[in-house]
Write a protein of this length. Structure first.
Length: 233
């Protein structure tokens, strides 16, 4: 119970990775709160994690997100942890065949949500005198991104954001790190790639364990890191 008393926001908490992160943080004693827009998905999460708290908010809406996080902090006494697991994947075509609308959607769901959530949560961590942020990037962010440029660019921007925040917040005892998954073993990915070797994919629970460590008391000396969590892929 090394996170007992901690208030943790997990964006993307209804997704394949997010559910595992919420479950892990609750088991460690944290109060877990997940923003959501899909009521059905949140209720499915609540069936799996009955004590999770929801906040209905569109994370691409700056004002709405700030208001929601301010309410969370006022209700629970602060914000200690932010996990930015909200995101999505799209692509598969060369740059010259990829519409700007796809670029925009990838930037919005992967980068904009992370920037806005950080901006809304950090003032409460500063007031607390400490905090921990973990951003979910991708292995693709470190590769060429051929035929996946919009996704890769958005996730690479998340890495730059992580480094900048780590430098800015180091004097305030707020750590900021990133994890870089390869293909995550989720039902959605299995359905999309039915002939793949799932044994080589990284499991959500394994990534959640790394995230738990990064926000826990033993990782206070780690900030600005980008941790590969590739499994055997």
């Amino acid at each position: 119970m090394d996170l007992a008393g901690k208030i943790a926001i997990v964006t993307g908490g209804t997704g394949g990775l997010g559910v595992a992160v919420v479950e892990r943080l609750i088991a460690a004693g944290a109060t877990a709160i997940t923003p959501y827009v899909n009521e059905t998905a949140f209720q499915a999460l609540r069936e799996h994690c009955p004590t999770v708290i929801g906040a209905h908010v569109d994370l691409t809406d700056e004002a709405a997100t700030k208001a929601a996080y301010d309410t969370i902090a006022a209700t629970h006494g602060g914000i200690d942890i932010l996990i930015n697991a909200a995101g999505g994947f799209a692509g598969g075509e060369p740059v010259h065949q990829t519409s700007w609308s796809l670029w925009q959607s990838q930037l919005d769901i992967n980068l904009k949500t992370t920037v806005i959530s950080c901006a809304a949560a950090i003032p409460h961590m500063l007031a607390r005198g400490s905090g921990a942020i973990v951003n979910v990037s991708s292995r693709t962010a470190t590769q060429t991104g051929a035929n996946l440029a919009a996704y890769a660019a958005a996730k690479r921007a998340v890495l730059q954001l992580t480094e900048a925040l780590a430098a800015e917040l180091r004097p305030h005892d707020i750590t900021v790190n990133a994890v870089l998954p390869s293909v995550i073993d989720t039902p959605t990915n299995r359905a999309a790639m039915p002939n793949a070797n799932y044994e080589r994919w990284v499991k959500p629970s394994e990534i959640a364990a790394v995230i738990h460590f990064l926000v826990g008391p033993e990782a206070r000396i780690i900030s600005g890191a980008a941790i590969p969590v590739y499994g055997k892929a």
